[in-house]
Write a protein that binds this ligand. Structure first.
Ligand SMILES: [Zn+2]
Length: 487
């Protein structure tokens, strides 16, 4: 049984068969860099991070491309202001300063969340010639037309238009603004190239005069440049299925005369409780907007990841303090055996005591792979690790003097599945400086307490134990020494 992916194109779970055995080309729509990323972005990019990590874990050679949208994303798909220009005007900054500031901010946030960097992060503004070339090809093939210096895609010439979002052309006209309708042949046609008004700052020369590209064409052009006309997986957020993803398919397939992405994976939204308790999208006006930077002040990155992964990537999730508290408790439970095994290793005998756990670890690995093979089912993968943790804790908390081989295998299994694939177990060497410092301080106090006890200074030793307990660090005296865990 191999990997299965729910393909939004076709709406069914399909066996994953890459174009080239062993290799995966993957494109994910990246952020529009006009503000700090919010936790909705964290859901999307943590989800795809785990997809990429798992594909690599299963032995695929993955080429992961995720663009940076730094031009062309209008507040309204066809008219309205450019998001970046609007922010530049607000802050009285140059548009490319805005782009640079928030591109850096985005990568900072992703690094902090343990999201591995894409192999290629192409910027739309650095690929204008590729976009112009694709527009010229669409014009030459009769899929586009020029009006007053703008170029529009004629959706009636794209046979499969609507196949991803399951919309018929008549339904697509709704939501298109009246302002530019008279310029287009059909209200549902979309812009490939926009004529720049005199006050528009971001502008490039083109065969149709000075202007700027539409948002959709950038993804088509950059995907083709780095992954070829046909590639394996295209990812994005469910909100962008229409018009963005649908338009990408239409342009690419018409320009290339080839299938575009073979598997479409769309991530469900992150919602927040609304004023009446029902989940709503985050918005600054409702005051429920949370940036990743602010979320990281409240929770450690592994907890945010655990929260996100506790829902299937394709489902929505509601961000709430209770949800995060549950994720924190779940994460602590999962991480505790790693911490405990590590501490016990210091004094462990080289015997094979406790090695009965080895087949249990093997079984957990097999279960983990089988649920992840089922369309990256991370909630079930977390459940597999939780069940394993129950058995591992039973062993570690028993009176057995567990030997080194068993302890090492326990630690390695958690690091491989929880660390390498899910990114929720910090690697020993890469543990955040705060985590390391915290662990070092606790261990220092534990050793001072051991010295106090040796000197029969029970007042000091009890005080250390009680004060640590008040801070949520619980000590447990065992025949082989004192171990600690976070409450
Ligand atoms: Zn895109």
């Amino acid at each position: 049984m191999g990997l299965k992916i729910y393909n939004v194109l076709g709406r069914e779970k399909q066996e994953f068969q890459p174009l080239e055995p062993g290799r995966v080309g993957m494109y994910v729509c990246g952020p529009t860099v006009y503000d700090h990323a919010h936790i909705g972005h964290a859901k999307a990019y943590v989800s795809f991070d785990v997809v990429v990590r798992y594909l690599r874990y299963r032995g695929y050679d993955v080429l992961y491309v995720q663009n940076i949208t730094d031009v062309g994303h209008l507040t309204d798909t066809e008219s309205g202001e450019d998001k970046i220009l609007r922010k530049a005007a607000q802050l009285q900054a140059r548009p490319m300063q805005i782009v640079e500031t928030y591109t850096r901010s985005y990568f900072e946030d992703m690094d902090a969340l343990g999201v591995l960097r894409p192999d290629i992060s192409p910027r739309a503004s650095a690929h204008i010639p590729e976009q112009i070339k694709m527009i010229e090809q669409l014009l030459a093939k009769g899929h586009a037309y020029v009006v007053n210096g703008s170029v529009y895609f004629d959706v009636t010439t794209a046979p499969g238009y609507g196949k991803l979002s399951n919309r018929r052309i008549e339904e697509q006209a709704a939501g298109t603004r009246e302002v530019v309708r008279d310029e287009k042949r059909h209200p549902e046609d979309f812009a490939l190239w926009k004529r720049a008004d005199p006050e528009h700052i971001l502008r490039w020369d083109s065969p149709w005069g000075e202007g700027f590209p539409g948002w959709h064409i950038e993804c088509s052009a950059m995907a083709r440049k780095y992954l070829g006309p046909t590639f394996d997986i295209h990812g994005g957020g469910v909100d962008n299925i229409f018009p963005h993803n649908e338009s990408e398919i239409a342009q690419s397939e018409c320009a290339n005369d080839a299938e575009f992405a073979r598997y479409w994976m769309l991530v469900g939204s992150l919602l927040v409780p609304g004023p009446d308790g029902n989940p709503v999208k985050m918005s600054k006006s409702l005051g429920n907007f949370l940036t990743i930077k602010d979320a990281l002040k409240l929770h450690r990155p592994e907890v945010i990841r655990t929260f996100i992964l506790s829902a299937h990537y394709s489902n929505p999730i509601v961000y709430s303090p209770e949800g995060l508290a549950a994720a924190a408790a779940g994460w602590e439970r999962l991480y505790s055996p790693v911490r405990l095994a590590r501490q016990m290793l210091a004094n462990a005998p080289a015997t094979d005591d406790g090695s009965a756990i080895l087949p249990r670890l093997e079984a957990a690995r097999a279960d983990f792979i089988s649920v992840m093979d089922d369309d990256f089912n991370t909630p079930r993968a977390l459940a597999v690790l939780q069940e394993l943790t129950r058995d591992v804790n039973a062993l570690l908390n028993s009176s057995a003097a567990v030997g080194r081989p068993a302890l090492e295998a326990i630690e390695a299994t958690y690091r491989e599945l929880g660390g390498g694939v899910l990114g929720i177990i910090p690697a020993a060497e890469a543990m955040g400086s705060d985590g390391q410092r915290e662990a070092g301080l606790v261990e220092l106090l534990v050793s001072l307490r051991a010295e106090a006890r040796k000197k029969k200074d029970y007042a000091t030793s009890d005080r250390i134990r009680d004060e640590l307990a008040r801070l949520g660090v619980l000590l447990e005296d065992r025949p082989d020494g004192t171990v600690w865990r976070l409450q």
